[in-house]
Design a protein around this ligand. Structure first.
Ligand code: HEM
Length: 455
């Protein structure tokens, strides 16, 4: 049995209420590294591992980033003084942006405030409409629309460009060109071309994907080839951020990049201000470009598949529910979360800080714990009838990580808003092609045929 199959089997076993809270999985261990690997799958266990930072650290992410991009860090990392600087930068920049747009805050975290989300929604609608205006011409020719590449990843890139403010590098690096060429020879259908904005979105995605695989896909040690690939693809993306920070006048006025430059005088004592700001911009750009495009494609792939029909949701039903103006933002967020719950396959890794006993299991400092968000999102103890689509704001969704504590997903309001607007905007403009199926390339959505509607 492959390690992947063993992991899935352990995930199923651990959902039994009588099962232990963690199970060791040697198939994920590495003979050359003296580290044990445990798996958590039950909703309560996964939540505990994600929230109990005094037991489980995020230093694994720091170490993996340091291997390939020295000095670069994510907020998803150890909660040390440098992370505190990045958090303060993000909050100061957010406050600067909010002051310009004067949102209603209503006691919510600023990035969840209605004023902020309305601003994101308006930009998302504008970007969606402008992409759909171009795709509309296909109604006459009958040429298919690739929902994943030409809509989901493109809108994600354009949103990143507008709200974070970082452009793709002027010229795609040679290695990126080779990867795209490789994809074009292996995949049927239209070639991806590295020109125009679609080309920029493809290039940036290819530049960020290996690094995400290295940081979020590694449990013990990543192959040296993946490390080299991550270094060579992500390095130029960081250079583009340095360049953008040095020429902030080229970024959109209301972008995070402009805000970070504007609030810099508030950080007089921080000598590495730009290096930390660069990490913030890099992390948020990656999350937007990669996670939103991927999640949007997967949600569409699910809603257009027999599995979606079996769960009780199809594409038209999804569009209609998200378009329902009588529903609240909480209801719409629950619909997006429910789709992520049914489609998502994410896993996170934590490192045990000290020798200890956790909920009856003996752990050693350095042990890794893999938390299966996908299994926990189908735990019948937390989600009655887990295979059915039953959007409900009171359900304990953990699709975007911990629900409380220092590592709550910063971008969830941004993500849910963009995904809702992107799906609603397709109404009457593009629709699933008959028998459409989501296909992947290198683990990411690559094609989902849609057709342009005749107006
Ligand atoms: C469907 C979309 C998204 C999903 C499923 C998602 C998921 C997650 C998950 C699982 C975590 C926790 C990681 C961990 O604890 O190991 C997280 C954290 C985070 N996310 Fe998201 N995310 C999404 C969109 C975004 C977007 C669009 C942004 C940025 C604009 C973003 C920014 C962040 C940041 C900065 C953190 C780290 C929080 C911290 O540790 O301080 N996310 N997200």
């Amino acid at each position: 049995m492959s390690a992947e199959a063993e992991l899935a089997a352990v995930g199923q076993r651990l959902l039994d209420p009588a099962a232990p809270v963690l199970e060791r999985l040697e198939a994920l261990e590495d003979a050359d590294v003296p580290v044990r690997v445990f798996v958590a799958a039950r909703h309560d266990a996964v939540t505990g591992v994600m929230c109990e930072e005094q037991v489980f650290s995020l230093r694994h992410y720091d170490e993996l980033l340091e291997q390939v991009l020295p000095g670069t860090r994510y907020l998803v990392g150890e909660d040390n003084s440098a992370r505190q600087v990045r958090l303060r930068q993000l909050h100061a920049a957010q406050a600067w942006l909010d002051a310009r747009r004067a949102p209603e805050t209503l006691g919510e975290p600023p990035q969840m405030a209605p004023g902020f989300r309305n601003w994101i929604a308006a930009i998302a609608r504008e970007e969606a409409d402008s992409i759909l205006d171009v795709l509309e011409r296909r109604a006459a020719t009958g040429e298919a629309v690739n929902f994943a590449r030409e809509y989901a990843f493109l809108i994600a890139y354009r949103m990143a460009r507008r709200i974070i403010g970082v452009p793709a590098p002027e010229k795609a690096p040679g290695l990126v060109r080779m990867i795209v060429m490789w994809r074009n020879t292996l995949r049927p259908g239209a070639w991806l071309r590295l020109k125009d904005e679609l080309g920029d979105s493809v290039a940036l995605l290819v530049m960020l994907q290996p690094l995400f695989g290295h940081v979020f896909g590694t449990v013990v040690r990543s192959p040296s080839a993946l490390q080299a690939l991550s270094r060579r693809t992500a390095g130029p993306a960081l250079d583009a951020i340095d360049q953008a920070l040095a020429t902030p006048e080229t970024a959109p006025e209301d972008s995070l990049l402009s805000a970070l430059v504007a609030v810099k005088p508030q950080f007089a004592g921080v000598v590495d201000y730009d290096a930390q700001a660069r990490s913030v911009l890099f992390e948020l750009t990656g999350a937007l470009v990669l996670i939103i495009g991927k999640s949007l494609s997967e949600m569409a792939g699910f809603a257009t598949s027999p599995a979606g029909a079996a769960a009780g949701i199809d594409w038209d039903g999804l569009v209609a529910r998200l378009d329902d103006r009588t529903a609240t933002v909480r209801d719409h967020d629950a619909i997006v979360n429910e789709m992520l719950r049914l489609t998502g396959g994410s896993r996170l890794t934590r490192t045990v800080r000290h020798d200890c006993q956790w909920r009856g299991i003996d752990l050693r400092a350095g042990d890794r714990v893999v938390v299966l968000i996908d299994a926990a999102s189908r735990d019948p103890a937390a989600f009655a009838q887990p295979e059915r689509f039953q959007a409900d704001p009171t359900r304990p969704y953990i699709t975007s990580g911990p629900l409380q504590g220092p590592h709550v997903c910063y971008g969830r309001g941004i993500a849910w808003t963009i995904m809702r607007e992107a799906i609603v905007a397709t109404k009457g403009r593009i629709a699933p092609a008959d028998g459409t199926t989501l296909s992947l390339f290198a683990g990411l959505p690559d094609d989902l045929p849609f057709v342009a509607c005749r107006q």
